[in-house]
Design a protein around this ligand. Structure first.
Ligand code: FAD
Length: 279
């Protein structure tokens, strides 16, 4: 099950918390504890309620043996999302994995954040659930950074995003004793790279800590081939208010319809198969 924290928390509260986190001064958890002091008593209660809501969701998921993927959102609200997710992992990921954080590798600081999260998992003794994505809000992030005159949090180009995405896969595969990994991508190479790494390390393709996921209705050729060789796969089925879900699906479809995009490749494969069947 996937959860957006903005579905259970007020955006303005997340924004205020994120804004109050000092940059470059110790661990995120410590800096965040100081940020909470900037809240009014009412806001502190509101934040407490957000944590309780997420904890209830995780508890039910644990009872039903379902994983909870916390989605990554805009950088200007992401710190509180990361903190609350780490707290949930500490509570629920002791001897199995219930909660997964999402890392957007189009951010230039996320490979380091993955390593820091791993250190936190070692120190606080929990299993790190990590869902890797490239990131969905690139234009919005760049535009805001430009408008508000701060350095863009986004990588300079696609090649750098790809480099960090694949390096993160490698880091996770090398630490599977304490990391459970979801590779959430329509990128053919990143999926192939993961299976090759597992084979090189003589790990099974159906390793319990390695999962693959694509959006429902997209990249079935990748999902089906991964499933065929025994990998754990899932399709991500977004639902919610029409006004939010339709723009979400449009953005995903747009990302994938460029000539190099996945939908273009997928349609070509479907046409080829239809021809093969004489249709
Ligand atoms: C199961 C699943 C769950 C997801 N959950 C989330 C989530 O929680 N949060 C979220 O933000 N997104 C999420 N996404 C969307 C994801 O972040 C990507 O937007 C989408 O999957 C396209 O990336 P790709 O790896 O599939 O494909 P690719 O086509 O290989 O990559 C496209 C992506 O590369 C990056 N990119 C493209 N051009 C540039 C450039 N010039 N400079 C730097 N980077 C560039 C962008 O992130 C772009 O979306 C999810 C996707 C899937 C499949």
């Amino acid at each position: 099950m996937s959860v957006k924290v903005t579905g259970i928390a007020r955006f303005g509260l997340l924004e205020k918390l994120d804004h109050s986190v000092e940059v470059n001064a110790g661990s995120l958890m410590k800096r965040f504890a100081r940020a909470i002091e900037s809240l009014t008593p009412e806001e502190k209660t509101e934040w407490q309620k957000v944590q309780e809501r997420l904890s209830r969701i995780c508890k039910s998921a644990e009872e039903e043996k379902i994983g909870v993927f916390i989605d990554a959102e805009e950088t200007w609200i992401q710190d509180p999302i990361d903190v609350v997710t780490i707290l949930m992992m500490e509570q629920f990921n002791k001897d199995k994995v219930v909660v997964y954080n999402t890392l957007q590798l189009y951010r230039h600081d996320r490979l380091q954040f993955l390593k820091d999260s791993y250190e936190a998992a070692v120190q606080r003794n929990f299993i790190l659930g990590t869902k890797l994505v490239r990131g969905a809000y690139m234009e919005k992030e760049r535009k805001r950074a430009k408008q508000m005159n701060y350095p863009s949090p986004i990588q300079p180009d696609k090649g750098t995003t790809d480099r960090d995405f694949n390096a993160s896969i490698q880091f996770c595969i090398e630490h599977l004793d304490r990391i459970s990994l979801v590779i959430a991508t329509h990128n053919e190479y990143s999926n192939l790279f993961t299976t090759q790494l597992l084979q090189q390390k003589e790990l099974p393709l159906n390793h319990p800590n390695v999962h693959f996921s694509q959006l429902y209705g997209m990249s079935d050729n990748i999902t089906l081939n991964l499933a065929k060789v025994g990998c754990h796969v899932s399709k991500y089925l977004p639902f919610g208010p029409i006004k939010d879900v339709i723009p979400y699906l449009m953005r995903r479809a747009q990302e994938n319809t460029s000539v190099k995009g996945q939908t273009g490749r997928e349609l070509a494969l479907i046409k080829k198969e239809l021809q093969r069947r004489g249709g």
